[in-house]
Write a protein that binds this ligand. Structure first.
Ligand code: NCD
Ligand code: ZN
Ligand code: ZN
Length: 343
């Protein structure tokens, strides 16, 4: 196969950050995606409709000239979120709410401590047709970091989907066979995003031959058997799994650090890397559904009208991206050669 044309895809999970950074991140995503679910973990977080709409305006202002790219906004759930916040957000056009257990990941200190306290909020979300997006990891210090997703499923996910059977729940950036099997075992209202890094890499790529800070993201890369299960479920083509890059830029010096932060900035290479995965899996016939159809179908949004074309052509991911203020970032797969290129 020398080229492939698919319906224009969307990115159902990413981090644009804010202000000056938007001039970098928005064009990088708008180069191929029509829409993106924009994560709300700013500092301070996006916790209500007016913050979300103001953030949306800043994103729209950073679009390249002529771009029709549409950001889909999310609210960050905290212990202060009320059912009235949900209704107001829905009315303002917010698409979904994000649940971060406190301390689970970058900028999640403000997040939720006791999930059951949020039940009135989930109730309202179910009623209003607001999706629940979940960073599914427990944060208790005694739980091994490689087990945190599995423990979250057992302690919380099982209960949430059981207690809110009509709530659409997206298990974000799944990393384990346990999560994939949990999603497959539940109804059409439970789906999941999968990142390029969790399909392409496992924890050896983080730790063998030296620590690779640019492969460090949360949930952390797992053992190869989990990677294999994720690859298997996307190759099988279940409608429940869709593209979410979790592109999450951080300055180079904050990742190459004695206490390096989590996140892979994949916007410049993500669609190409996914194409590579599906080709490796001999599942190119499932690529378009994963990238362009399953997401809007799950969200209840129209599929995009346009198309993109990827061609078989080698190119090298840049070693560095430099922002206008001189901040340097290392993109995911920096310096590596990819086989598919966006035409
Ligand atoms: C994300 C970030 O940097 O905001 N980091 C990451 O490792 N994925 C947060 C997140 O998605 O959990
Ligand atoms: Zn997350
Ligand atoms: Zn994320």
């Amino acid at each position: 196969m020398q080229s492939i044309t698919i319906r224009q895809p969307d990115d159902w999970h990413l981090h644009f950050r804010d202000n000056e950074m938007l001039a970098e991140t928005v064009p990088a995503t708008a180069r191929c995606f029509a829409r993106a679910i924009v994560m709300p973990n700013l500092v301070p977080p996006v916790t209500n409709a007016s913050l979300a709409m103001a953030y949306k305006e800043r994103i729209l202002a950073a679009r390249p000239a002529g771009s029709q790219f549409e950001p889909l906004m999310t609210l960050y759930l905290t212990n202060e979120t009320t059912p009235a916040d949900i209704t107001a957000a829905k009315a303002a056009g917010v698409t979904a709410c994000k649940l971060y257990p406190a301390g689970a990941t970058t900028n999640s200190d403000a997040a939720v401590k006791g999930i059951s306290a949020l039940y009135p909020v989930f109730e309202q979300m179910q009623k209003d047709g607001m999706l629940l997006l979940v960073h599914g990891e427990v944060t208790e210090s005694h739980v091994d970091i490689f087990d945190r997703e599995k423990v979250f499923i057992d302690q919380y996910m099982v209960k949430i989907v059981q207690d809110f059977p009509a709530l659409k729940v997206v298990f974000e950036h799944i990393t384990t066979g346990d999560a994939a099997d949990f999603v497959l075992a539940h109804g059409a209202n439970v789906g999941a995003t999968i990142t390029p890094q969790h399909l392409l890499l496992n924890r050896n790529d983080l730790l063998v031959g030296g620590v690779r800070p640019h492969n460090y993201c949360l949930p952390v890369l797992k053992r190869n058997t989990h990677q294999a299960r994720l690859r298997e479920v996307v190759a099988e083509g279940s409608k429940k799994f869709f593209l979410g890059t979790d592109s999450a830029p951080h300055a180079k010096h904050r990742k190459e650090n004695a206490c390096g932060c989590a996140g892979c900035y994949s916007a410049w290479s993500a669609i190409e890397l996914y194409a590579e995965v599906f080709e490796q899996l001999n599942a190119m016939d499932k690529f378009e559904d994963f990238a362009s159809n399953n997401g809007p179908d799950f969200y209840g949004l129209p599929r995009n009208e346009g198309t993109i074309t990827l061609v078989k052509e080698s190119w090298q991911v840049p070693e560095l991206v430099t922002l206008a203020d001189g901040t340097e970032m290392v993109p995911f797969f920096a310096g590596q050669t990819l086989n598919w290129k966006l035409a």
